[in-house]
Design a protein around this ligand. Structure first.
Ligand code: FDA
Length: 394
């Protein structure tokens, strides 16, 4: 049997950061992953450029049954800390919209940086290792196909269920069940939404059309791009709303933010009564969408339409209510919402309150960020907090 101070299962964003932090504090750390390479999701993130954090990461950008839980970790390890790390490694980056920070080059640079940090912190990384069992007799005994390893600390950093083809599993929830740690219901989040007929037929016909919209779910409103797809709706505004929507709940979409559609249509009726409605709508919307939204008789001149018809059309553009049939599921979800119940964890260290030495970090925990670098910031911050606690333990 081998002995380490800490075994970390999952060499994704959170596990790599926990390993680096504990290793730098002199702990002997073993980082295990069943995949063939570390940081698989980092590599595909941000369209290959990794939106590695956001300029600011306030608690309000995260969903959790306990809105306050994330605050402590986020203040221990801030976006500025990760930016400083990226800068020390000479990785060039730029800011896109809404404070989102991306590599100029490739997400590969972030993985290489984290692997280099692991190496200099003396972390031992073993890949292609499936964990067969975990026993606990005060310390933890982790059995893989190849070894039995004993450690005082065990960090579960195996993420959520999103993108099974990249190696996602429900391992964290199984470990939680083994140790009596509660888990809140899990659901795909940051995911495209699907719709039934007749809406989906219209969306399919518009596949590829995108526009900036205001998408509301209850009191939460996102102003970002929205995209029509073969199965429904996607794009950042829809992905964001998907994290908030409940079953059977409706979205309200303002397709013409900042525009007074009713005044524009009524003005066109007065000024240019011979133009078709879809021509007037095309001043507000992408051409294909304008065409699809114009009702039957669309070719009739706008001058022949009653004011109340035009006002009703404008109202539809401002407040289009749609109820999704579901989502594209974990195969397409960027993250998993829900997870290890934060009431069972210390917000300072991520340690399970009832199982000393057992830590859960990253996406496995019931903390889900908005789109925009927030999920990586949570992975870095929660991984750091656990690594720091392990480093401080005697
Ligand atoms: P993560 O999933 O990264 O890592 C878990 C690790 O555990 C994996 O290496 C896996 O192989 C391993 N594992 C799983 N089960 C195991 C088992 N049973 N035994 C051993 N190992 C196991 N976020 C963001 O902030 N900015 C962005 O640009 C993007 N972009 C993005 C694009 C796409 C397509 C996706 C799917 C997701 C994003 N995200 C994102 C979200 C982000 O990738 C995600 O929140 C973090 O990777 C979560 O980090 P974790 O370390 O918690 O899990």
């Amino acid at each position: 049997m081998e002995t380490f101070d800490a075994v970390i299962i999952g060499a994704g964003a959170a596990g790599l950061m926990a390993a680096i932090t504990a290793g730098q504090r002199g702990r002997r750390v073993l980082l295990l992953d069943h995949g063939a390479a570390p940081g698989a999701k980092i590599l595909i993130s941000g369209g290959g450029r990794c939106n590695f954090t956001n300029r600011v990461a306030p608690a309000g950008r995260f969903l959790s049954a306990n809105a306050h839980f994330c605050k402590s970790a986020l203040s221990r390890y801030t976006p500025a800390d990760f930016i400083a790390l990226v800068d020390r490694h000479g990785i060039a980056w730029h800011e896109k919209t809404l404070g989102q920070l991306f590599c100029d080059g490739s997400a590969k640079q972030v993985v290489e940086m984290l692997v280099a940090e692991c190496r200099s912190a003396g972390v031992e990384m073993r890949l292609g290792q499936a964990v067969r069992s975990i026993a606990h007799d005060g310390a933890f005994v982790v059995e893989t196909g190849q070894n039995r390893i004993r450690a005082a600390a065990l960090v579960i950093a195996t993420g959520g269920l999103s993108i099974p083809k990249l190696g996602a599993t429900g391992f964290a929830y199984e470990v939680a069940a083994q140790f009596g740690v509660p888990v809140t219901p899990v659901l795909p989040a940051l995911v495209p939404l699907t719709f039934n007929e007749p809406e989906v037929a219209m969306m399919r016909a518009l596949s590829g059309v995108s526009l900036v919209a205001l998408v509301s779910i209850g009191k939460t409103v996102f102003r970002e791009a929205m995209l029509f797809t073969h199965r429904g709706l996607s794009g950042p505004a829809i992905l964001q709303a998907s994290s908030y929507i409940g079953a059977g709940e409706a979205l309200t979409i303002d397709l013409v933010p900042d525009r007074d559609a009713a005044s524009l249509l009524l003005a066109r009726k007065r000024e240019r009564p011979r133009i078709e409605l879809r021509t007037a709508l095309a001043e507000l919307l992408p051409q294909r969408l304008a065409q699809a939204l114009a009702p039957d008789g669309e070719a009739a001149p706008i001058g022949g339409l009653a004011d109340k018809v035009l006002v009703a059309m404008a109202e539809r553009l401002k407040r289009w209510r749609l109820t999704p049939s579901g989502s594209e599921g974990y195969a397409k979800a960027e993250v998993t919402r829900g997870g290890i119940d934060t009431r069972a964890l210390s917000s300072q260290t991520m340690e399970a309150r009832t199982v000393p030495g057992l830590y859960f970090v990253g996406e496995a925990v019931d903390v889900t960020g908005w789109l925009g670098g927030y999920n990586f910031q949570w992975a870095w911050a929660s991984g750091f907090s656990a690594g720091e606690a392990i480093g401080a333990s005697s």
